[in-house]
Design a protein around this ligand. Structure first.
Ligand code: ADP
Ligand code: MG
Length: 631
């Protein structure tokens, strides 16, 4: 550890990623510089909340100065803006760690997105991304951070012009806060407006009005502090007293967002456990929605003291929900770890999860359009719950919306689907894959279409996960159309004249047996199909074992080594099949070519390549030659 006794300023280079970020920050993310102030205020408020938490175990950290505050001081003549807090402060090592590196893992992806020239979007991402502090260099040519860790006798000064290096040196104790952090910005000439009270007041009111620490402004050197925001916790107020714009402002503060929330859930639970929850469904997709960690961001407070944002209050499939829970019953004296395993927290989690889902359901009923928009953005994540949260599976299936063969928008509910079941239809049919356009045109759908049976088109990665967890909805099982026998004979065709077409005759049966013999091991079976109407062939999976599309997905992700052999289904009513079946034994080699080509055709329709490229091209060449009358 370094102590104040080593007096000479220590110069260090920023970590490479910080330099890259700073460069980006200054050169491409220019559309909304205001964001720097919100970031610095949010850091100051975090520092006050962390102190309050540490002071539960060590009350002497607070000393005489127990009321948290943030002060913004302007010195227009010197072009200086100072943001000061009396929070936890930073030690030398904490400073080097926090202000010289980037802790979060997703930074690279973030920078790539900004570098992809979406400057406006970049600005809206900064806050969510935890690179907040560095945004000061968008408006400052030099930044000094003077900080004293709560309870420490020494203070440190960090200083940088944001161009690759920074220095750290001991700060004169009389020139440092008694506790906490002072961030001093030397404002650039072209950002001078940030030394005007009017501008600062506007930004604070619009972006930080509901930070849970009071914020005061000192208009010019020597002036008295004037309160801009009172630091009252919005969530403790009755709903009737809160205006929609207060909610929006608060949402922006907790989520680091710039949009409007798509849904606000605010309630107080009384009874066995007393707590308040204020949660928001964002209006747009947060940048980290698909992070491997899948971590939620709901904050946990106890009696208005911030405890942790790691409490996993909501299940992972609700990780996009932002907000907080403030408990009146959890003992403040418990450590974070003990709070995590408390049965009270367990009950709170259950209740908040239930309420968020219930409010989504209510919205779905009262405003299908607004709910549909939420589903478009977060549906793929909500669907994770269908296989992860067995207890709430029915609720989640009710919330789910689908693209189907009957609806061009992904807005069809299972309730709608079941209401439109055909007589004798006992299953909910689906097809799963990664390409919606191909799914729609899959030959496997033809027999279903001809009977007016609706099919769910599932093209999200997550779909292959939940459909295999064998759910059912109101007693109807989910069934893949590419698996097992179609069993469609019971359900009448829409256009009855098709029924008149001859079913499998002896010649066709003979041909099917011939194809089976020819293809040998390549397929597990060849049989007549009742799921085809227009196409001659398709591939399906056997009744047991994974669906074909799923098998492919699993193979792609390395989770399955050997795929089961598919079944080739042949349409006995197809004219091509009838013509081939009519050929005599003297055409054996031609029929063999045809058998292979039919199989390859089925593979191509499934998005695969012919089995044996050379064999395929030779056969095709022979066929074309014959077609030209030269064979
Ligand atoms: P984030 O706030 O998401 O962690 P920032 O870039 O805004 O990212 O801040 C980096 C880190 O610097 C913070 O996590 C904190 O440890 C430290 N820090 C910044 N400002 C302050 C402050 N006013 N008081 C104490 N620590 C601070
Ligand atoms: Mg921050």
């Amino acid at each position: 550890m370094t102590t104040a006794a080593d007096t000479k300023p220590e110069s260090r280079a920023f970590e490479a990623d910080v330099s890259r970020l700073l460069h980006l920050m200054v050169h491409s993310v220019y559309s909304d510089k205001d964001v720097f102030l919100r970031e610095l205020i949010s850091n100051a408020a975090d520092a006050c909340e962390r102190l309050r938490y540490e002071a539960i175990a060590a009350p002497k950290l607070l000393g005489e100065d127990s009321k948290a505050r943030i002060t913004i001081a302007i010195d227009a003549d010197a072009k200086r803006l100072t943001i000061e807090d009396n929070g936890i402060g930073m030690s030398h090592d904490e400073m080097v760690e926090a202000l010289g590196t980037i802790a979060r893992s997703g930074t690279k992806a973030f920078m790539e997105r900004i570098e992809a020239k979406k400057a406006g979007e970049g600005a809206t991402l900064i806050g969510q991304f935890g690179v907040g502090f560095y945004s000061a260099f968008m408006v400052a040519e030099k930044v000094d951070v003077v900080s004293r860790r709560a309870g420490s006798g020494e203070a440190w000064r960090w200083s940088s012009d944001g161009k690759g290096t920074y220095t750290v040196e001991p700060a004169a104790t009389d020139d440092a806060p008694a506790r906490g952090t002072r961030v001093i910005l030397q404002i650039m000439e072209d950002a001078k407006s940030y030394t005007e009270r009017f501008t600062i007041e506007r930004i604070v009111k619009a972006n930080s009005g509901h930070v849970p620490v009071p914020i005061a402004i000192i208009e010019k050197p020597g002036a008295e502090p004037d309160e801009l925001a009172d630091g009252a916790a919005l969530w403790t107020k009755p709903r009737a007293d809160i205006k929609p714009e207060d909610y929006t402002d608060f949402y922006r503060t907790v989520a680091g967002a710039f949009d409007e929330p798509a849904l606000t859930v605010h309630f107080r639970a009384e009874g066995r456990h007393e707590f308040t929850a204020l949660a928001f469904v964002p209006g747009t997709r947060p940048f980290d929605l698909y992070d491997a960690e899948r971590k939620g961001r709901m904050k946990l407070y106890v009696k208005r003291v911030f405890i942790t944002d790691d409490a996993e209050i909501l299940p992972r499939y609700l990780r996009f929900v932002r907000g907080l829970v403030d408990s009146a019953d959890l003992p403040l004296s418990l450590s974070r770890e003990m709070i995590q395993s408390s049965p009270i927290l367990g009950a709170i989690k259950k209740s908040v999860t239930g309420r968020v889902l219930a409010d989504l359901e209510k919205l779905a009923e009262s405003n299908a359009e607004a709910y549909g928009k939420i589903w478009d953005v977060f549906g793929a994540v909500l669907k994770e719950g269908i296989y992860e949260d067995y207890e709430r599976r029915d609720t989640l299936l009710k919330l789910a919306r689908f693209r189907t063969t009957a609806s061009a928008e992904a807005r069809r509910s299972l309730k709608d689907y079941v209401a439109a079941l055909k007589p004798s239809q006992t299953a909910i049919y689906y097809i799963v894959g990664d390409d919606l356009a191909r799914l729609e045109h899959s030959p496997q759908l033809e027999g279903f279409r001809a009977r007016g049976i609706e099919i769910l088109l599932l093209a999200d990665m997550v779909d292959s996960m939940w459909v295999t967890s064998a759910p059912s909805f109101t007693g109807k099982k989910f069934r893949s159309v590419t698996q097992g026998a179609a069993d469609l004979a019971e359900i009448p065709l829409l256009d009855t004249k098709d029924e008149a077409k001859p079913e499998t005759n002896e010649a066709v049966s003979g041909f099917i047996a011939f194809v089976k013999l020819t293809l040998g091991d390549a397929v597990s079976d060849v049989r007549a199909s009742d799921r085809l109407t227009d196409s001659a062939v398709c591939l399906v999976a056997s009744e047991h074992g994974p669906d074909r599309a799923l098998e492919k997905l699993l193979q792609g992700s390395g989770r399955v080594i050997s795929a089961a052999k598919p079944i080739l289904e042949i349409n006995p009513r197809h004219s091509l099949v009838a013509a081939l079946a009519a050929l005599g034994d003297d055409e054996k080699s031609f029929k063999e070519d045809a058998a292979h080509l039919l199989y390859d055709e089925a593979r191509v329709l499934d998005g695969e390549r012919p089995n044996d490229a050379k064999g395929f091209s030779d056969r095709l060449a022979r066929l074309i030659t014959r077609g030209l009358g030269k064979g």
